[in-house]
Design a protein around this ligand. Structure first.
Ligand code: ARG
Length: 253
């Protein structure tokens, strides 16, 4: 009895590790999106508790084209990439996720859907006079765990004498920028412009960008959902909806 239960749970583990496919999603009637909703303007919880942002709307369009509902599963970024996708817990991950060759060994990416960059977020007025590349030695720089900001900081800033502080939660890093506990926090470019709009004067970008990057939607390796997502992206681009979403969520006016 015990043994058969063990066998059953082993089988379940194996099957849940299988790639999620278009057929799986249609059978369930839902597309499960994994996202770390602390990253305005891409994914965040609105005042009414609903999930909002550029990525959320693109994921909704993918679900709509598949003829299913979108179900949102909030996951911290550390667990999201790539475990939530490779374990089959979610069908798609969107969280301003940068396409990198290392990640592409483990998961499959859609075509790029947004060109972004890692930039330094500092307190408004930049009291510590942080500047990249001029002034990083001995400075404490925050990064979110498991992000391209962390990877770039280890590669480029550490060798120049910066002290890297790792946060699981992006918001905790922002709070430390505000309190002056860290000199700068690495974040994706549109997150700074969004902060500046929402909290005028409190945050600024310092220096030039550290690296530029492209975002992709993430799927289990080899999934046919990639082609479906790319068709939706092409449709959004040619219908003008993509442009509307850019203007609604990201473009500075
Ligand atoms: N673009 C960066 C990366 O892919 C950071 C993404 C962080 N996203 C988030 N929702 N916290 O690593």
């Amino acid at each position: 009895m015990k043994r058969s239960l063990l066998l059953l749970s082993a089988l379940l583990t194996v099957s849940s590790a299988l790639a999620s496919s278009v057929a799986d999603v249609k059978k369930k009637g839902v597309l499960v999106l994994g996202t770390d909703p602390t990253f305005q303007p891409f994914e965040f919880k609105g005042a009414d508790g609903s999930f909002q942002g550029f990525d959320i709307e693109i994921a909704r369009a993918v679900a709509k084209d598949l003829g299913v509902k979108l179900q949102i599963s909030p996951v911290g970024f550390g667990a999201l990439m790539p475990q939530s996708v490779t374990s089959g817990r979610v069908d798609i991950a969107m969280s301003a996720i940068t396409i990198t060759p290392e990640r592409a060994k483990i998961v499959s990416f859609s075509a790029p859907y947004y060109r972004s960059a890692q930039v330094f977020i500092v307190k408004g007025g930049n009291p510590g006079k942080f500047a990249w590349p001029a002034n990083v030695k001995g400075k404490v720089i925050g990064v979110q765990a498991n992000t391209t900001g962390q990877f770039a900081a280890n590669d480029t800033l550490k060798p120049k004498g910066a002290v890297i502080k790792v946060y699981d939660d992006f918001a905790a890093g922002l709070a430390d920028v505000q309190s002056g506990r860290i000199a700068a926090l690495l974040g994706d470019a549109p997150t700074v412009t969004s902060l500046q709009k929402r909290l005028p004067g409190q945050f600024a970008q310092a220096g030039k960008e550290l690296v530029s990057e492209d975002y992709g939607m993430v799927f289990s390796k080899g999934s046919d959902l990639v082609a479906a997502a790319n068709r939706t992206l092409a449709r959004l681009r040619s219908s003008g909806e993509y442009q509307n979403l850019l203007e609604k969520w990201i473009a500075q006016k």
